[in-house]
Design a binder for this molecule. Structure first.
Ligand SMILES: Nc1nc2c(ncn2[C@@H]2O[C@H](COP(=O)(O)OP(=O)(O)OP(=O)(O)O)[C@@H](O)[C@H]2O)c(=O)[nH]1
Ligand SMILES: [Mg+2]
Length: 218
C-alpha cells in the first residue's frame, strides 16, 4: 500500500476549495510512505473553482454531468491510489485528520472508515431541519439494514480502493453517501468502523436541496 488518492467533489466552491487543498497534510502522508494524489472533480463550476485548483498545482477533472454521486463515481474511476480519502470542498471536514484515519485503517486491518459529523459538531454547522432529516435516515438505515451508524450521511470516508469492485453504486445524487456505506458495511461485509470528527460550518453556497435530496435518499 503506497499511494493515497484524496477526492474532492466541487461545484462552485471558490470560497473553500483553496483552503481545503492547503489543509491536506501532504507532507505527513508522504512521511508515512505514501504518494499523494489530490483529485478535484469539478462539476463545470461557473466561478473560479477550477482556476484556483490549477493555481494550487492540483489535478482537476471536469465532470459536467450533475450530481455528487456522479462526481464521486468519476473520481473513483480516475483515482490511482490503493487508499481513497474524501471530503467536501466547503471546509466542513477535518482533512488534517486523514493520516490518523489511514493509520487506524492499516493498524486495525479495516477496509472502510466512515465518520460521524455529530461527534464534535460546531455551532451552526448544520440546520435543525438537516439534523432531523439525518436522524430519520439513520433510523431507516438501522431498521432496513441493521447498520448502527450514528451518521449515515457523512461525506468523509477513508477506504481501500479494492472494495469498490464489490460495491454496486447506482446513485448519481447525494444519496451516494449512504448507498456507499450500506454497500460496504452491509452487502459487501467489509471490516469497517465509524470514527468521530469535528464538523464545521460550510463556506460558500449551499448545494443540498434538503427536501428533494432527503426524500430521494430515503
Ligand atoms: N462535481 C460536483 N460536485 C458537487 C455537485 N453537487 C455538490 N457537489 C460538491 O459536493 C460536496 C457536497 O455538497 P454540499 O453542498 O457540501 O452538501 P452537504 O455537505 O450535504 O451540505 P452542506 O451542509 O450545505 O455542506 C461539495 O464539495 C459540493 O461542492 C455536483 O453536481 N458536481
Ligand atoms: Mg458540505
Amino acid at each position: 500500500m503506497n499511494k493515497i488518492s484524496i477526492i474532492i467533489p466541487a461545484l462552485n466552491e471558490e470560497e473553500g476549495i483553496e483552503g481545503v487543498i492547503r489543509a491536506i497534510p501532504k507532507s505527513e502522508l508522504e512521511r508515512m510512505g505514501f504518494d499523494v494524489q489530490i483529485l478535484v472533480v469539478d462539476g463545470n463550476s461557473q466561478d473560479r473553482t477550477r482556476e484556483l485548483v490549477t493555481k494550487a498545482g492540483t489535478e482537476v477533472i471536469v465532470e459536467p454531468r450533475r450530481g455528487y454521486g456522479r462526481a464521486y463515481k468519476t473520481g473513483f474511476a480516475k483515482a490511482s491510489g490503493d487508499i481513497i480519502a474524501t471530503a467536501d470542498a466547503d471546509l466542513t471536514y477535518p482533512v488534517e485528520d486523514i493520516p490518523k484515519f489511514v493509520k487506524v485503517l492499516q493498524e486495525e486491518n479495516l477496509d472502510f472508515i466512515t465518520t460521524n459529523c455529530f461527534a464534535y459538531m460546531e455551532k451552526n454547522a448544520m440546520s435543525l431541519r438537516n439534523r432531523i432529516g439525518n436522524g430519520v435516515l439513520n433510523l431507516a438505515t438501522r431498521l432496513l439494514f441493521r447498520l448502527n451508524l450514528k451518521d449515515s450521511q457523512s461525506g468523509m470516508w477513508v477506504f481501500r480502493k479494492d472494495i469498490l469492485d464489490s460495491l454496486v453504486l447506482k446513485s448519481d445524487k447525494m444519496s451516494l453517501s449512504e448507498e456507499l456505506k450500506i454497500e460496504a458495511c452491509h452487502f459487501a461485509r467489509c471490516r469497517w468502523k465509524e470514527m468521530p470528527i469535528q464538523y464545521r460550518p460550510r463556506v460558500g453556497k449551499v448545494k443540498l436541496k434538503t427536501w428533494k435530496d432527503g426524500f430521494g435518499n430515503l
